[in-house]
Design a protein around this ligand. Structure first.
Ligand code: HEM
Length: 71
């Protein structure tokens, strides 16, 4: 359950498959002013493990509140 305001994007399979290189760069280098890079905090094999894990994550369903708002 997410109880704080969403800051970064929800990450799931659809955001990763076919663009592994871009995802790898974001995790390694971050996004200036938005996300820290993990180049010095994780081994490359750990970054690859995160990418492989994200490829198994289903796209989250939107919360009911936004489902109502969309109607
Ligand atoms: C191991 C931890 C993390 C991983 C694996 C990770 C992974 C990612 C990935 C793959 C993206 C790019 C999504 C895309 O290309 O569509 C992303 C974007 C982003 N992340 Fe992270 N992230 C991590 C930690 C963090 C932290 C600690 C923060 C905030 C302090 C953060 C904030 C953001 C934001 C704001 C974006 C959107 C950047 C943009 O709009 O260009 N992330 N993250």
């Amino acid at each position: 359950m997410v109880i704080s305001k969403q800051y970064g994007p929800f990450l799931s399979r659809d955001k990763v498959v076919g663009r592994e290189g871009a995802v790898r760069s974001t995790i390694m280098d971050g996004e200036t002013g938005l996300m820290p890079g993990f180049r010095y905090g994780m081994e490359p094999v750990q970054v690859e493990a995160i990418i492989e894990y994200l490829k198994t994550v289903e796209k989250p369903k939107p919360p009911v509140s936004s489902w109502i708002a969309e109607r």
